[in-house]
Design a protein around this ligand. Structure first.
Ligand code: PMP
Length: 453
């Protein structure tokens, strides 16, 4: 794209530092200006329409023009636009939302604490894990195990639990207390000749070995997304989560499930934990909780997690943590209405009902010579792109994503993968349109670059 002087693109490039870009490249190219949204579509400032096949950032479950969320925000703005939840004050929307989350929780949970982003929620959960260990008189039980390619956000603790080099390098992360075990993606890390069952056993052995090396008594918690999202939609093999939970129980290690992407229907059940048989001690949600119309996140904790923390707060006199926007009433009201819509329209059922068509569509595209394989669960999936003779697969995947965008679909390349995570309101016909556009893009690329594949 060539930026005209004083265009909105040029003003943007001159004024902002955007997340996840190469700043030097951005200064030259600028970004795509999105102006409006309608259902599963967004429109850029030239009027071009795109299927938003990533639901924004894995998050806009109800689509980009839901009037009930606007009305819920306005009604709450009229009544009480802001109040906090500090120091023995509270308000209706936060109470109702906490009760709703406890009702929906996949396993019995005791309490909810609100934050505004996935990173904040994971960061605080980590601090609460440390607080809890101190409360239990175990000051050495502080290490956290995350996974390579796991993503839990970018603040200092959450970014340290994240297992992606891009979020560590030059930021002086991870913190020493954060350790990372192997990524359970058979497609990427299975060895030649290794069966999936053997691979799963090796992943579990790696975890056992790490715990033994570090000392089980020093490890407080294990963090995991049911399905890894930002690492490239990595779905663990059968038996993985069951095995992980056995190991954690044996060593008295808490399990934190990061449901920031999987929560509220993405995997075809209300929570990814239900799709994968996970029984966590703490559960972190954000994104689809409000379809990202307002920034809000929440941490749900069980009694085993909560009680020692409550004791410690009583001993010290107060729980020394909180944000000005914790449990923001407008964000909470929007989240409640969003969850009502998800339930009333059975969007979780829609994700489950369309999951077969979604899988079949990706599998068909995987027959294309530029594509290596596909994977999906519910309405989250990816195509693995082949390297080209002159390009590594990750660069090829970027080129495919750019061509797919030309064809009117926004998806996202992560490493060698092209990720798809459409709004949960998508219909079968719209899924067909999405995959037809991806097919056209692959054909155009194959024609333009006969050497590819
Ligand atoms: N956890 C997971 C699983 C995520 O996918 C993300 C964001 N993609 C986060 C945490 C961080 O959320 P946020 O960007 O709201 O800080």
């Amino acid at each position: 794209m060539i930026m005209r002087p004083n265009s909105i693109e040029a003003r943007d490039a001159a004024s902002q530092m955007h997340p996840m870009v190469n700043f030097r490249q951005y200064e030259k190219s600028g970004g795509l200006v999105i102006e409006s949204g309608e259902g599963i579509y967004v429109f850029d400032n030239s009027g071009k329409r795109y299927i938003e096949a990533m639901a924004g950032l894995w998050s806009v479950a109800v689509g980009f023009s839901e009037p009930r969320l606007k009305e819920a925000a306005c009604a709450q703005m009229d009544k009480l636009p802001y109040y906090h939840t500090f120091s023995y004050k509270t308000h209706g929307p936060s109470i109702e939302l906490a009760e709703k989350l406890l009702e929906l929780a996949p396993v019995p949970m005791s309490k909810v604490h609100f934050t505004s982003s996935g990173s904040e929620a994971n960061d605080l959960t980590c601090k609460m894990v440390w607080y809890r260990s101190n409360a239990l008189g175990k000051p050495d039980k502080k290490k956290i195990i995350g996974r390579e390619k796991g993503y839990h956000g970018v603040t200092i603790a959450a970014g340290s639990i994240t297992g992606l080099p891009l979020n560590h390098g030059s930021f002086d992360l991870p913190l020493d207390r954060m350790k990372h075990t192997s990524c359970p993606s058979y497609v990427h890390f299975g060895r030649p000749g290794e069966t999936e069952a053997e691979f799963t056993r090796r992943m579990l052995q790696d975890l056992e070995d790490l715990i033994e090396r570090e000392g089980p008594e020093t490890i407080a918690a294990f963090w995991g997304e049911p399905v890894m999202g930002a690492g490239g939609v990595l779905i663990p093999p059968a038996g993985y989560w069951e095995g992980v939970q056995k190991i954690l129980r044996k060593h008295d290690i808490l399990l934190v499930a990061d449901e920031v992407i999987c929560g509220f229907g993405r995997t075809g059940k209300m929570f990814g934990c239900q799709s994968l048989g996970i029984e966590p001690d703490a559960l972190v949600v954000s994104k689809q909780i409000s379809s990202s119309y307002m920034p809000i996140s929440a941490i749900l904790v069980n009694d085993r997690f909560y009680q020692p923390i409550a004791d410690e707060s009583a001993r010290i006199g107060s729980f020394g943590h909180g944000f000005t926007a914790s449990g923001h009433p407008v964000a909470a009201a929007v989240a409640l209405e969003n969850i009502r819509i998800i339930e009333e329209r059975d969007l979780v059922g829609n994700a489950a009902a369309l999951s077969g068509q979604f899988k079949a569509g990706l599998e068909k595209l995987a027959e294309h010579p530029l594509v290596h394989s596909s994977r999906s669960l519910g309405l989250i999936g990816a195509l693995e792109i082949h390297p080209w003779p002159d390009l590594p697969a990750s660069t090829a995947a970027k080129a495919v994503a750019a061509m797919v965008e030309e064809e009117g679909v926004i998806c996202r390349s992560v490493g060698e993968a092209l990720c798809f995570c459409p709004p949960l309101i998508i219909t079968g016909d719209q899924l067909d349109d999405l995959f037809a556009a991806v097919g056209r893009a692959l054909d155009r690329l194959a024609a333009e670059r006969p050497a590819a594949g």
